[in-house]
Write a protein that binds this ligand. Structure first.
Ligand code: ATP
Ligand code: MG
Length: 410
């Protein structure tokens, strides 16, 4: 990408009403554009981060046998009435809208009902199970407060996965597989050290569910943890009987704000029963299918990563999700020419800042955008057949030979 060609522009200041750090920095650095409270557009840099995160999620889920689909946003009320989740009294975050030919449809806040109904067409015998399907989909929720930047949207991208098994044991095994895959995902996107599986309430159908909580000061949730005993739980299960079962005392737990970046639920027959999703066994006897659902907040993750690593100069992206690996700046005629040449051979990996600006302004933008490595080519570095590489995270600079730099671009 050439800075001279892209339509985005970095901003010295964030819009006043953008109070969350992630929203302010991502706006200034040109990753997102705010339409209204809780509603954002993703610009080229933001889109690349989203794509990188999605590809890591996709890779880990495909490894545990999941298939990708994409379901509709518009929802048929009839389905949701069967599970008592259509009325605004039961679910208070629905966006609903009218169809021109008459009637009302909903904008999906989640997909348990339609997916259960859809797979009925493909599941009849035990031979059709297990089935694991997921999607990356835009969800709509009329959230009361949308003041955390892209960490809480009224429109946001979620990865939602649904599992269908013949038995509870099958469900339990897959649930553990997903928990493991989730930690691999969080590790790969750079937040493994600050993200923990956390006990949460599972309603009346499963005793616990798990949330994946990332420790950041601006997280909207509060978690309680004891590192030695590897116990992490959220506020709603901070009850005497739960503490006893987990073998910890209240005073052994530390409190911390955290952001929920994913969660996993054993739904069992909560949706398959009312929606009549059954399979027949070897003896042709009918049984209800065991289900699970598993979410990851893809767009929230972009905000969480921004919050977790940003410093006073701007964003700091882990290499695995960064929009580009290198931010290339050529200084003076010779440097600019050498930079052009490097760029032409490795366009996919780098941003070339070829704008007619002073080096200082380019350095400031490199820091604000948060590209992992700033690469400077100048008369001085060329005298030594080298480039100067600065690590955005540590701020450390080193001279690297052109040969080695080209090798690292392979
Ligand atoms: P929260 O408690 O934060 O409202 P939730 O329990 O409603 O989350 P789920 O319905 O299970 O969340 O959604 C799955 C994942 O989607 C969550 O773990 C979170 O990462 C993300 N998510 C939920 N609501 C939002 C939102 N309004 N904006 C962005 N991401 C969200
Ligand atoms: Mg919610």
């Amino acid at each position: 990408m050439r800075m001279s060609k892209t339509f985005i522009k970095t901003l010295r200041e964030a819009p006043k009403e953008e109070t969350a750090t992630n929203g302010a920095l991502l706006t200034r650095a040109g990753f997102i554009h705010k339409e209204m409270a809780g509603v954002y557009d993703y610009l080229p840099f933001g889109m690349r981060v989203i794509n990188n995160i999605e590809n890591i999620v996709r890779d880990e889920l495909n490894k545990i046998g999941c298939e990708e689909i994409l379901m509709s946003t518009l929802q048929n009320p009839e389905l949701w009435e069967k599970t008592n989740r259509w009325s605004d009294q039961e679910v208070d975050i629905w966006f609903k809208t009218e169809v021109s030919s008459g009637g009302i449809v909903g904008l999906a806040p989640t997909h348990e009902e339609p997916i259960t109904n859809m797979v009925k067409n493909y599941i009849s015998s035990y031979k059709d199970l297990p089935l694991y399907v997921y999607q990356f989909q835009t969800k709509f929720r009329n959230e009361k407060r949308a003041k955390s930047g892209i960490m809480r949207g009224r429109e946001f991208i979620m990865k939602d996965l649904y599992s269908f098994n013949t038995t509870e044991e099958g469900l339990n095994k897959f649930y553990d597989d997903v928990a493991e895959a989730y930690m691999k995902i969080y590790n790969r996107i750079g937040i493994g050290d600050i993200t923990f599986p956390c006990f949460a309430s599972g309603g009346i159908f499963a005793k616990f569910s798990h949330e994946f909580q990332t420790l950041i000061p601006v997280g909207e949730d509060t978690i309680y943890y004891n590192k030695d005993k590897s116990v992490v739980l959220n506020k709603e299960v901070l009850l005497p009987e739960v503490l006893e079962e987990l073998g910890v005392k209240r005073e052994e737990l530390e409190e911390s704000p955290a952001a929920e970046v994913g969660n996993i639920f054993k739904l069992k027959i909560k949706y398959s029963e009312p929606l009549d999703l059954k399979y027949s066994d070897e003896k042709n006897k009918q049984h209800v299918v065991y289900m699970g659902s598993y979410g990851i907040g893809i767009s929230r993750l972009v905000g969480v990563i921004a919050e977790a690593f940003a410093d006073n100069k701007g964003l700091v992206w882990p290499e695995s999700v960064a929009p580009y690996k290198y931010y290339l700046i050529g200084i003076d005629d010779k440097g600019a020419k050498a930079a052009e040449k490097l760029y032409k051979n490795h366009e996919e990996l780098m941003i070339l800042d070829d704008r007619d600006l002073r080096p200082g302004e380019k350095f400031a933008d490199a820091d604000l955008i948060g590209i992992p490595y700033r690469v400077v080519v100048s008369d001085k570095t060329l005298e030594k057949d080298s480039v100067e590489i600065t690590d955005r995270r540590t701020g450390k600079t080193k001279l690297v030979s052109l040969k080695d730099f080209k090798k690292s671009c392979k």
